[in-house]
Ligand binder design. Structure first.
Ligand code: PEP
Length: 259
């Protein structure tokens, strides 16, 4: 299995600015003759069909940033998993902290969305992570475990992203030791909750990943890739992060444990 580098564009992008990211990205990939990782971009829903056209014939994967738990009907403004699929997406980010905090999404809501996404054949990337206050009061592991147990169906077979809320968009990251420890904790929780599927599931790290820290973060044990926000809006930075990715061992995401 390969590491997954996923770009979350958030609420950024118009057609011409999307091209300013996708064109150099595709040109860089052509120069590299491919990459050692799986590469995913998640633009706003308005750009999915546009991006799908641009990415046609390339190995770059396409995803949405959220979906409704509902299939269709009277839910003004919502977008269903089937609509994402119809627009060209094969993946979807769910339970991002900006949705949990800004849109009141509980674990139960995220769970329902995951079920809806899986039912439409989308691969879900489910985000978990503690706030700064929760980390400082020693609750980080318990919070993350409870989010995993509450958000993932027992037959979940997608991807998990550990994103400490305080590291998102701040330029701050946990220490390598803290990332490795949390990823080990997530792995243990996934194995006990999901059995066999939990052993190999990719666990991404997200929160201020940049070219300057990508190599160190992606080399850590149990880090199965990165979820990248700000740096994914610059093709050169996103490519540099992707070039830092590595092949994962067959049975787990294990690699270097910090000294
Ligand atoms: C994110 O929004 O998922 C994220 C990790 O953002 P950033 O890389 O900008 O911290």
């Amino acid at each position: 299995m390969r590491q997954l580098i996923a770009g979350n564009w958030k609420m950024n992008g118009l057609r011409h600015t999307a091209d300013a990211i996708l064109d150099p990205l595709l040109a860089g990939l052509a120069l590299d003759h491919g990459l050692a990782c799986d590469l995913l971009v998640c633009p706003p829903a308005t750009l999915l069909a546009w991006a799908a056209g641009r990415l046609q014939g390339s190995a770059v994967l396409l995803g949405g940033q959220d979906c409704s738990a509902g299939k269709e009907g009277a839910q003004t403004g919502d977008i269903s998993a089937g609509m994402l699929r119809d627009a060209g997406a094969g993946w979807v980010i769910l339970g991002h902290s900006e949705r949990r905090a800004g849109h009141g999404e509980t674990d139960g809501v995220v769970l329902a969305k995951v079920r809806a996404a899986v039912a439409e054949g989308l691969v879900a990337i489910v985000c978990v992570g503690e706030t700064e206050e929760q980390r400082q009061s020693g609750q980080a592991s318990a919070v993350v475990q409870s989010q995993l147990l509450g958000s993932l169906p027992a037959d979940f077979d997608g991807v998990v992203a550990y994103e400490p809320v305080w590291a998102i968009g701040t330029g701050r990251t946990p220490t390598e030791e803290d990332v490795a420890a949390m990823h080990a904790h997530i792995r243990a929780t996934l194995v006990s909750h999901l059995g066999q599927a939990g052993q190999t599931m990719r666990i991404l790290y997200g929160g201020s990943v940049k070219p300057s820290n990508a190599t160190a973060l992606l080399a850590l044990a149990e880090v199965g890739g990165a979820l990248v926000g700000g740096a994914s809006l610059d093709a050169r930075d996103f490519l540099a992060i992707a070039r830092a990715a590595r092949q994962l061992p067959q049975n787990a995401a294990g690699a270097r444990t910090p000294a």
